[in-house]
Design a protein around this ligand. Sequence first.
Ligand code: ADQ
Length: 737
Amino acid sequence: MSDRIVVVSNRLPLTARRSGGRWHGERSSGGLVAALGPVLEQTNGLWIGWPGDAPSGDTTGRTKLLRQWERDHGFAAVDLPPGVGRAFYEGYSNNTLWPLLHGFPSRVTFDPETWHAYRDANERFAAGVIDRVRPDDLVWVQDYQLMLLPGLLREARPEVRSGFFLHVPFPPPEIFRILPQREAILQGLLGADVIGFQTHEHMGAFRRSLLQILGIESRMDQVEVGGRVVSLEARPIGIVTDEWERLVSSDAVVAKRITDLHARHAGRRLILAVDRLDYTKGIPERLRAFRHFLVSRPGWRRKVTFIQVAVPSRERIPRYADLRRQVSEMVGEINGELGTATWSPVIYLRRSIPRSELAALYAAADVGWVASLRDGMNLVAKEYVACQRDRAGVLLLSELAGAAGEMGEAIRVNPYDEPGSAEALDRALSMPEEERAERQAVLLERVRRNNALVWAERSVADIARAGRDPGQVPGSVPVPPVTEIRRAFRSAARRACYLDYDGTLVPIAARPSEAVPSAAVGEVVGALARRRNTTVVIVSGRSVLDLERWFGDLKGTWLAAEHGALLRPPGTDEWRPLRPGADVEWKERVRPVLEHFAARAPGSTIEEKEFSLAWHFRLVEPEFGDWLANEVAAALDQQLAGTELAVLRGNKIVEVRFAWANKGEVVAHVRSLGETAGFELAIGDDRTDEDLFERLPDDAWSIRVGPGSTRARYRLPDPAAALALLATLGVSTRRTH
Ligand code: ADQ
C-alpha cells in the first residue's frame, strides 16, 4: 500500500484540553483509531477532523498545539465556530440525520438553520482536505456527519480518489425521502468513488433511494453517474480482536478484576449490557424484558444479576437527557420492586469505564445482551465474543443490529418482543455447555477473521482500485478515432465487421417487438455490405424469425441468430445450427422454473427460441426485477450445474442457452472460413458482446456502445453514434477496390 491515506472524520482522535493553564491533547481510544492507526502509519497518512471546541479567551497555546499535532502525528484540525459546530453536530447530524437513518421518523427534527450549519461545516471540512490533499492521495470520509463532503471534494479536485463509509444504517426510501434535503445528501455521497455500508441490507436500501429519489438505476454493486462509476460495497466493520484477547489473557489488572467479579457475584449468573446511552440501543426495552423475566420466572430471582453499563452521550439534546432520566427511574423501580436486602437485580454504571474494566466485565459475564432497536453494526457484540474466548458465554443479539447478519450463532432476539426476549434469556441461561462452546467457537473464529484491520485494508483497497481499472470507468475508455478507422478500413485488402443489433444499431425499447430497425439502419448496413471484400455479420441474440424479417433481404451479410447458435451465410436463405444435432429436451425442465418466476412478476415475459429460453423483465419495477433475476439465476445455476447449458444475465433478461452459443464462436467460425481480414471491427452494447471483443485480436477496432465495464478499446454513447460511424465506412468517396 503506497498511496497516502487521508482519513476525514467528525472528531479527531485527539481532543485539545486546557488544564492548569497548559494545553494538551487527550487521546480517544475508539475502535476506529485502532483500526486506522496501522494503515495511516504505513502510508504516513493524515487524519483530518474537529479537535474539540475552543473556549473563548487566549487560544495561542491551542493553535501551537494543533500545529504540532499535524507535524508530529499527521492529525490536522478543522475548527468550527461554536454556533456552527453545535447546529451541525447536535442539530442536523444528531437531531435530524441520526434518527432518520436509524428509521425513527417521529424523532426527526427539521430545522432549516441546522441544515445551513451542516452544509457550512461540510464545506469547512472540505476546505481542510482540499488545502492538504495531493493528487495521488486516497481520501476516506467517515460517517453521516460528512455526507456532503465527497461531492464537494469531487467538484474541487475531480482527480482525487475518495471513499465514504457509513457506520450507521441506511433506511428504506419510504423513510429517507421525508428528508427535505434528500437529493443534496444523495448527490453528496455520489461524489465518492466507493460508498461502503455495514450490510447488504443498508446498501440495498440506498440503491432503492437512488432510484426512487434521483431516478438513478444501479447494478448490484455499482452506479454510473456523470460518466463515472461509483462502487458500492458492504464492508462490515470489526474490532481489533487481538487487543481484547490480549487484555483478557495476559493483563494482570484485568485478571485481578475478573477474579474480583467472580468472588463478588459468586453463586449468581451475570448478564451484561454495554451501550452508549442512546434511544437506538433499546435500553428501556431490555430493562422491561428483564423485569418480565424475573416476574414470569421467579425461580431465577437472586440467581442472576444484570449489569448495565451506559456511557452518557449527546446530553445537551433533550431527548437524550429524557432517556437518561427514564433509565435511572426504571432501574430504581426494578430494584425497589424485586430486590432484597442482599440482592439488587440491576447494577447500573452510568459512565465511561476504562478498557481493562470493560474487558473484565465481558470476560466474566455469562450472557452478553445486545438489544438495539436499530444499529449499523454494534461492536459490543463482537467485543463480548472476543473477551469470552474459550469460556463460552452466550450472546443474545438483536436481529435489528447489523451484527446479526454476521453472527448467526448468537441467540437472535426481537428487542420489541418483551416475552420473547425474556424467553431467549431463559434459554441462554439454560443452554448446555456443549452447545454454548460450539456456538462460541464459530463466532470467535469469525470475529477474529473479519477484524477491524482487515476492514480498513479492504476498504482502502476498494478506493485504491477506483479509477485505476480502465474497464470499470466509462470515462476512461476513449471515443473511437473515426479518421483513423476510415483510413484503416480503406487500406485493408479484406475487412470484417461484427455488428450487434439491440442497443447497438437500434435503441433498447420497452418491448423487444418495438425495437424495429429504421430505414437508415438497412441503408447503412446494406451500403457497408456492398463494399468489396467486406464481410458484415449481424450477430444478435434475436430469433431467426426476427432477423429474417428485418435483414432477410440483405443477401450480402451473414446473419447470426440466438447469439450464434444459428447462422445464415451470405448469399443463401438457409439457416444452419453452429453445432448440428444439439438436443433441446432440457427446455421442458427449465420452462416451468421460468414460468414460476414470471407469474410473480407481472409484466415479465418468457421468450422461447430454437436453442434457448429467456425471461424478460424490462417492464418489471427495476429493483424487484433485479432481485427476482438473481433468484432465477441462482435456482437455475444449481439445477444446470454440470450440463452444457449456461445461465446468463443480460440487460433485463435472464437466458438459458448452450454455453457454446456465444458471439465469440461466431467470430471463430467466420474467421475459419476465409482469409484473415486486415481490418476487423466489432460493435456491441452488453455482456454478450464482450465475447466478441474477447475473440478478436488486440488491434481490432472494438467499440462498446453505452455505459458499463468493457474490454472494448473504445466507447460510443448510443446507437445513433454507432450508426454514424458505420455510415462513414459504408460511403466510398473513391472506389479503391
Ligand atoms: P456506536 O453507536 O457508538 O457506534 P457500538 O458499535 O456498540 O456503537 O460501539 C460502542 C463502543 O463504545 C464500543 O467499542 C464499546 O466498547 C464502547 N463503550 C460503550 N459503552 C462504554 C462505556 N460505558 N465505557 C467505555 N466504553 C464504552 C457506531 C454505530 C455502530 C457501529 C459503530 C462502528 O452506531 O452501529 O458498530 O459506529 O462502525
